[in-house]
Design a binder for this molecule. Structure first.
Ligand code: PML
Ligand code: MG
Length: 273
């Protein structure tokens, strides 16, 4: 017999309209929390600023406890940015600092800005700029992750103190969780994300060493283009990476804190790894 308190379920939602990606979200929960969280995900899909979905798929899957890997969040901070030009400079500087060349960063941003329909992350070779997930044009969905209650409470308390309730907590939390899972994958060097929500203009650059660096003004309000790029180490085992990102269940059991606003020059001196 399974125990309701210790059996975990992955709940995943994806919504689209005429094949166009609208929304995706997920978590890992105990059995007793399945109903509420499933309803919450459906409401989210129905109220999304990218439009009304004509299809919502919710998958609820029991996880084998033995296969769940525990990780920490990346430490979080916000880069001091006042306009789009400074945001661009920050993206290039931080990714250069993570070892990604300027041409490769440009190629990666072009994937997003050419309007690719990315419901998942595009995997890009960090040396050649080549797209490595050719078999999935919509990208690889980083999936099957959740957070333990204690780590969640710490995040919520710190987030509330720092933002005075001005930021939507769920969005940041989910992005941090996803970026923390990506960064925990062998062969993933760094990530850049621009939201595909037209009304949300903060993105991030993340890596084990930099942590999760929020970049305000990464795009113009009203722009629907967005997506995630993962930069992959040359010669890494791409099948193992895709398998880990998509299928290995990861539970966050430790919160590594929010470090407030940092100047770009301070961030390039940081090593969180
Ligand atoms: C998304 O829209 O889901 C991506 C949001 C990324 C940035 C979140 C933040 O830290 O503000
Ligand atoms: Mg979105």
């Amino acid at each position: 017999m399974t125990d309701e308190l210790t059996t975990h379920y992955s709940i995943r939602m994806r919504a689209s309209d005429g094949g166009r990606h609208i929304s995706g979200a997920e978590g890992i929960y105990n059995e007793g929390l399945i109903d509420d969280n499933t309803v919450a995900l459906i409401h989210r899909a129905l109220a999304h600023p990218r439009g009304k979905p004509d299809s919502i798929t919710v998958t609820i899957e029991r996880l084998d406890g033995g296969e769940i890997r525990n990780i920490s969040t990346l430490p979080i901070c916000t880069c001091a940015i006042t306009n789009e030009k400074a945001a661009r400079t920050a993206v290039y500087t931080l990714l250069n600092h993570a070892g990604i060349g300027t041409d490769i960063v440009s190629a990666a941003l072009n994937i997003i800005e050419d309007g690719a329909q990315l419901s998942g992350a595009a995997l890009v070779d960090a040396v050649t700029g080549e797209r490595l997930d050719a078999e999935s044009p919509g990208g690889v969905r980083v999936s099957r992750f959740g957070i333990e209650d204690a780590a969640l409470s710490e995040f919520e308390a710190e987030f509330e103190t720092l933002t005075g309730g001005l930021l939507r907590e769920t969005r940041v939390l989910e992005a941090v969780m996803l970026a923390s899972k990506s960064a925990s994958c062998d062969g993933v060097i760094a990530e850049v994300c621009i939201s595909d929500n037209p009304d949300y203009t903060t993105g991030y650059v993340s890596s084990r060493r930099l942590g999760y660096v929020r970049i305000p003004n990464i795009k113009t309000e009203g722009d629907e283009r967005g997506g995630r790029i993962l930069f992959i180490d040359k010669g890494a085992d791409i099948n193992a990476i895709v398998k880990y990102l998509r299928h290995t269940p990861v539970m966050i059991d430790k919160f590594r804190g929010i470090n407030g606003i940092k100047e770009l020059y301070e961030l390039t001196g940081i090593d969180n790894s």
